[in-house]
Structures are given as structure tokens and as C-alpha cells.
Design a protein around this ligand. Structure first.
Ligand code: HEC
Length: 116
């Protein structure tokens, strides 16, 4: 095997890790920009005004459920249908489903797109 190919293969895992942590970082930043104003940066919301997303049933339920909330909006919460791309929504959904003690399977931009 040529040395350059070998080097590439050796590098692949680090590239994958870099892109995963990049996606998480994006999700965090997108959450801070679009959601934290109401749900707060620690995901705890504000008592009787904005629900906590930490330990939230909808958030823990499935990525698709969260995507539907983003699509339709809810109560005072606006729809993010025209404000965010499917990739951005997926990054935010994966962030909220895996932060503050939450843990859930990841959803892809394609899966989010199918719900719209
Ligand atoms: C303007 C304030 C506001 C912003 C911005 C906002 N939300 Fe909300 N969100 C709310 C309110 C209020 C509710 C509860 C609505 C209701 O049930 O009447 C809610 C509900 C939710 C729910 C459902 C929770 C449940 O208990 O059913 C999810 C999930 C959610 N928001 C996620 C997000 C995400 C992710 C973002 C950013 C993309 C976001 N929200 C941005 C105000 C906001």
C-alpha cells in the first residue's frame, strides 16, 4: 500500500472525531443563538414560562418529536421552519437530546427533512 494511502487511513479516525465534535459544537452554538433566550443555556427553562428541556419528555422521546415542535412551533414558541436548515435543526435536536443529562439517538438532516 502506498505510504500516502496508509497515512490517509491512519488519519481517518481523527477526521471523523473532528467532524463529530464540530457537529456538537455547531449544535451548542445554534442552540445558544436560537433557543437559549427562552429555554436558557443550561436547558432548565424558566419556571412557569419556558419549559426545561433537560429531562423533558418530548426531548427524550424522539428526535422526530422535537423536529415537529420546531416545524409547527408551540404556544409562544415560533416555528423555525423558515429560520433554520434541516442540518441546523438536526444539530440542535442532537444537542438538546444529548446535553444536561439527556441521552438519545441522533437524527440526521435527511430524517428531519422527511418530516417537513
Ligand atoms: C420565544 C421563546 C422560545 C424560543 C426562542 C424557543 N422556544 Fe421552545 N418553547 C417555548 C415555549 C413557551 C414552549 C411551551 C409551549 C407550550 O407548551 O405552550 C416551548 C416548547 C418547546 C418544546 C416542547 C417541550 C414540551 O414540554 O412539550 C421543545 C422540544 C422546544 N420548545 C425546543 C426548542 C428549541 C430546540 C428551540 C430553538 C430552536 C426553541 N424551543 C426555541 C418557547 C421558546
Amino acid at each position: 500500500m502506498p505510504g500516502s494511502v496508509k497515512a490517509l487511513l491512519l488519519c481517518l479516525p481523527c477526521l471523523l472525531c473532528a467532524s463529530i465534535s464540530l457537529a456538537q459544537e455547531d449544535g451548542r452554538q445554534l442552540f445558544l443563538d436560537n433557543c437559549a433566550e427562552c429555554h436558557q443555556s443550561d436547558g432548565q427553562g424558566l419556571d412557569n414560562i419556558y419549559p426545561a428541556l433537560a429531562g423533558n419528555e418530548t426531548v427524550l422521546g424522539s428526535g422526530a418529536d422535537v423536529a415537529l415542535v420546531l416545524r409547527i412551533g408551540r404556544g409562544e414558541m415560533p416555528s423555525f421552519k423558515d429560520a433554520l436548515s434541516f442540518a441546523e435543526m438536526a444539530a440542535i435536536i442532537n444537542y438538546v437530546r444529548n446535553s444536561w443529562g439527556n441521552s438519545g439517538a441522533e437524527i440526521s438532516a435527511e430524517e428531519v427533512g422527511k418530516l417537513f
